[in-house]
Write a protein that binds this ligand. Structure first.
Ligand code: PLP
Length: 389
């Protein structure tokens, strides 16, 4: 008899990206040349100034023991200084900021800190799968907030029934948005803060792409709204900004009681981020103004233009992402997104992600990650142009 697996896992869909990865490996095992626009993982190396900080720290015995629970003072104050420079925010690095083993880790643990079994969590649809999965693992009930093109991919707050809002413990948001590439304005965040106050819920805004603005102006932080810190926390990631996805470091900032509750969950589960990695993270934030970051943006801008032009010529309706490194394309008429993703893989060796994998409101779109160099993007477009729809 196989071991009995807990009920809560059965309530989870299989993790989307693992499924895509399996299909990609199968195609490659069959000898096909695959161009992978699937998982959004930066293809460029971590900048040298960050590697240098890491190699220095690695040899320092002071970095080799258990790290402090909520992050080293050095990392936290460098991050707080970054928030001041970039957003004009004065954060208390002790109480309003916590280091995470990547943003995903913090997002996944947050419902354990805030949500009682059976409580509602407002979750965008389409979305990064973690918000929903973390809600289910904590015994909460996700309430989808559809994001639609005709509302700039923002949730319609007035469409959330007041009794649902009142019973909700938490609302997840993610701007700049994965998968749609949309950006939210400070004015939208003001409405969110007002909504959260009115219904007594916490807002968790995932700002993993805040520094990857392409056609948009630099996006605001939700914490720039006066009073936001009474109701909100924001998650920031080093993975996309500094090409550090494998290093596993991120942070949450905002409401001190929420940060403290998250710290309590984490202190019972993990023992923090390797101190040498926090030294690297500190160097990253201290080096935020360096040209490497703007170079990364220009690279994604160029890729976005080439891919969007090519997709348009092939019958997809698409506009370049305002921010993030994704292209979110409406599929040709008469097809659904899963059919399109399958045809691209089977007939052109192109991996993209069907929008419905991010939630039912993502149906009819496919997502391309711009983590492929421009020559390969051109090859993909050539292959795509041979398909007829
Ligand atoms: C990539 C991504 C993350 C993960 O960031 P890590 O810091 O690497 O854990 C979080 N949120 C969104 C929306 C992402 O796309």
């Amino acid at each position: 008899m196989p071991p009995r697996i807990a009920q809560r896992l059965r309530a989870l869909p299989s993790y989307l990206f693992r499924e895509i990865e399996r299909r990609r490996q199968a195609a490659e095992a069959a000898g096909r040349d695959v161009i992978d626009f699937g998982v959004g993982d930066p293809d460029r190396p971590t900048p040298a100034f960050i590697l240098d900080a890491m190699s220095r720290a690695l040899r320092d015995p002071a970095c080799q023991g258990y790290p402090p629970d909520t992050g080293t003072p050095g990392f936290r104050s460098a991050a707080a200084a970054f928030f001041h420079r970039r957003y004009g925010l004065e954060l208390d690095p002790q109480r309003e900021l916590i280091a995470l083993i990547g943003t995903k880790e913090g997002l996944a643990h947050l419902p354990l800190a805030l949500v009682d079994p059976g409580q509602t969590v407002l979750v965008p649809d389409p979305a990064y799968p973690v918000y929903r999965a973390a809600t289910v693992l904590a015994g909460g009930t996700p309430w989808p907030m559809p994001l639609r093109e005709n509302n700039q991919w923002l949730p319609v707050l007035d469409a959330i029934p007041p009794d649902v809002a009142r019973s909700a413990a938490l609302m997840f948001l993610n701007y700049p948005n994965n998968p749609t590439g949309a950006v939210a304005s400070l004015e939208f965040y003001e409405r969110v803060v007002h909504f959260a106050r009115r219904f007594g819920l916490v807002v968790a805004q995932d700002a993993a792409y805040n520094e990857l603005y392409l056609t948009a102006d630099p996006p605001p932080s939700l914490l720039q709204v006066p009073g936001a810190r009474d109701v909100a926390v924001e998650f920031h990631s080093l993975s996309k900004t500094f090409n550090m996805s494998g290093w596993r470091i991120g942070l949450a900032v905002g409401n001190a009681a929420v940060i403290e509750a998250l710290a309590r969950v984490k202190s019972n589960i993990d023992s923090g981020v390797f101190k040498a990695i926090q030294e690297a993270g500190r160097a990253a934030y201290e080096g935020y103004g360096r040209p490497e970051i703007e170079q990364a943006r220009s690279l994604y801008r160029e890729r976005s233009e080439v891919l969007c032009a090519g997709l348009r010529a092939c019958g997809f309706r698409v506009s370049p992402a305002q921010a993030t490194f994704y292209v979110w394309a409406a599929v040709p008429d008469g097809y659904d997104d899963v059919q399109v993703a399958c045809r691209l893989l089977d007939e052109a060796g192109i991996v993209c992600i069907p929008g419905s994998g991010f939630g039912s409101a993502g149906a009819g779109y496919v997502r391309f990650a711009l983590t492929v160099d421009v020559d390969r993007i051109r090859t993909a477009i050539t292959r795509l142009s041979r398909l007829s729809w």
